[in-house]
Design a protein around this ligand. Sequence first.
Ligand code: ADP
Ligand code: MG
Length: 338
Amino acid sequence: MITVEHLTKRYGDFTAVNDLSFEIEEGHVYGFLGPNGAGKSTTMNIMTGCLSATEGHVRIGGHDIFEEPDQAKRLIGYLPEQPPLYLNETPMEYLRFVGEAKGIRGQKLSEQIADVIEQTRLKEVQNRLIGKLSKGYKQRVGIAQALLGSPKVIILDEPTVGLDPIQIIEIRDLVRQLGQEHTVILSSHILSEVQAICEKVLIIARGKLMAFDKPENLERLLMASNTVSFVAEAEADEIENILSGLDPVSHWQMEPFEKGSIRVEVQMEDGDVQDVCRSIFLAFAEQKRPLLELTSKKANLEDVFIELTEGESVQMQEARAQYDILEESGVQTDDSGV
Ligand code: ADP
Ligand code: MG
């Protein structure tokens, strides 16, 4: 349904999206999971034709988003991070306006508006001003406009951000429901959220795709990212022999180190890191082959996970610091009312 190939977006020297490639199949709910500043919104903006790419291709249903934007865009409904809602219109008026912009007219438009209002349960507020609605209802209006034109793919950028717990549950239920008729892609920085809603998860960090898997496999993947690294004063075949006798150790790489010693990196699929360190130490000692170094380290995915669970990325901290400086110097930083 969607093919993304070697997608890259640079802002000057800064690479926001770095060589992303993946495929989205029809009829599933996908999650983009990553900390703030990971490149999720940038990727979604490019996939929906709202932003140009520096390099790479995006095809929606076989149509290139840059070369055949009209055909490609017709297949997508998009809820951006900051949906352009008109606060002094009612949902009815706004949906009519968006529907017409999408080229739907007359009876067909009225029917579709009634349909999306029903689907997103907006009926009781359809004639109130959008500006007076709760954040949860505003988000539903944003989702309703994405559904107009019955696009095959619905892309939702952080649809639950800023909502209270009840509204979050309602929006998650709505997304699951949409997933029965559409291909849905949503982004989130909350691991438990994508685990709860999505059938497939793409972990994005620093503009790169770190993992693409089912949520049930992700936890295993995250735990499997442990590496034990050591330097042994031994020949390569001796090291092979010793390691192949150790049960939880199945994959390793060797490279020459100083003075004829060899550095070995062991990737662990399961088992406790300390247990593995202990058995490596004892096995080499038994063969009278000295270890000059022995450390365990956590690989990239684990870093991503820590970043996710601890909340803030470096970029976010920088942005916050910048914001504080602006505020202290009295510069207007309020971006509400857009
Ligand atoms: P996410 O949605 O995952 O939080 P974004 O895609 O919004 O991340 O941003 C990715 C990175 O690109 C961030 O570091 C952000 O500061 C940077 N970025 C986004 N838009 C611009 C822009 N117009 N100019 C410069 N940098 C940008
Ligand atoms: Mg974003």
